[in-house]
Design a protein around this ligand. Structure first.
Ligand code: TXA
Ligand code: MG
Length: 323
């Protein structure tokens, strides 16, 4: 069973050794907890795939803690520099052509690599102690709800790993936005996330495409497996709604965007006052919580599709999808 480690200097030193010796551990980032290892060690990367039950065709994000290392792993077009300046460290993952330093296991054989620089202070402290980049998918079993606390990781992955680094509740609560620079003249969103598309567009001063617009559904699993129709899914059956809340029957529950007049064991809310950042922060926490109860069906209110609301609706739609 996993042990939770407080982020003391001694424990951070210890975890950097854990990685150096080819082992895996769960670590906090500002988006969600990651299941991490040395990205340059193919055997360690295979352990991450195995623990998560993730198909080896689904590549991992490589996390760095300093810009000095970026060009060792990726060929970065000039046009991406403005985004790096504006959003790193933070919840933006950029996909670039890879260098040969990056093992094929990490990129699932693709000639591109996904790179991100997390801002979580505990990640930064750990990253400083590692002389290699850190590969990490979210620290949940493949297809299940992502973890935003060490308790979530313990509950769903505790029997698969030995170490979980404590970093408190993730402040963002939703995964990074993934933007592909495979075609440098046409940056394309592969996954909506913590940085809204309009924030990217205003820095670049141009329109950005979304994958859904340019690629047939059949191609999606290979190019960006995060776009799978069913993903981020609790066991409990989910139905989405906007507007008037449905009436509840026996063993049904409801999640509202904002705390309202109704209060009972079957009424939950994502936020106190409807702020979209708070809804994002609590999204997975509430999904994890309702999945611990025995509801037959849960109705979930969706936010407007603006700003990070786009990413929240994306996750909820996939969470609710029936295969
Ligand atoms: O916020 C996040 O991004 C979190 C934290 C831990 O950093 N990580 C995360 O990783 O969400 P994961 O593995 O759950 O999702 C990464 C997504 C996957 O859908 C994967 O297919 C895609 O990134 N990806 C990785 N490398 C890629 C590449 N070279 N080309 C296309 N998609 C890639
Ligand atoms: Mg994931």
């Amino acid at each position: 069973m996993a042990q939770i480690f407080q982020p003391t200097p001694e424990n951070l030193d210890f975890l950097s050794e854990v990685f150096r010796w080819g082992n895996i551990a769960a670590i906090p980032t500002e988006t969600v907890y990651g299941l991490a290892c040395n990205a340059l060690d193919p055997q360690a990367v295979s352990k991450v795939f195995a623990a998560k039950g993730r198909p080896s065709t689904n590549p991992l994000i490589v996390h760095i803690d300093s810009l000095d290392d970026l060009e060792t792993y990726a060929v970065v077009p000039q046009s991406a520099q403005k985004l790096i300046d504006a959003f790193w460290p933070g919840p933006l993952t950029l996909i670039f052509p890879k260098t040969e330093v990056v093992p094929d296991t990490v990129t699932a054989g693709l000639d591109s690599v996904a790179i991100r620089m997390p801002s979580h202070p505990v990640f930064r402290e750990l990253g400083k102690r590692c002389d290699f980049p850190i590969a990490a998918p979210s620290a949940n079993p493949f297809g299940y709800v992502s973890p935003t606390t060490s308790t979530h990781v313990m509950r769903t992955m505790g029997d698969k790993i030995n170490w979980i680094l404590e970093g408190g509740t993730c402040s963002g609560g939703i995964e990074s936005t993934i933007l592909s620079y495979k075609n440098p003249s046409q940056p394309t969103i592969l996954r909506h996330g913590g940085i809204p598309i309009d924030a990217l567009e205003s820095i670049l001063g141009r329109k950005i495409l979304s994958k859904e617009v340019v690629v047939e559904e059949a191609d999606q699993s290979l190019e960006a497996p995060g776009l799978l129709k069913r993903h981020y899914s609790p066991e409990t059956r989910i139905e989405l709604f906007t507007g008037t809340p449905p009436l509840l029957s026996e063993q049904e529950a409801i999640v509202l965007l904002q705390k309202g007049g109704r209060s009972s064991d079957s009424v939950f809310h994502f936020s106190e006052n409807g702020l979209i950042e708070e809804i994002a922060r609590n999204l997975y926490k509430v999904l994890q919580e309702i999945d611990q109860k025995q509801f037959k069906r849960v109705f979930i209110e969706t936010p407007p599709t603006e700003g990070i609301g786009v990413a929240i609706c994306d996750r909820l739609t996939r969470a609710a999808a029936q295969e």
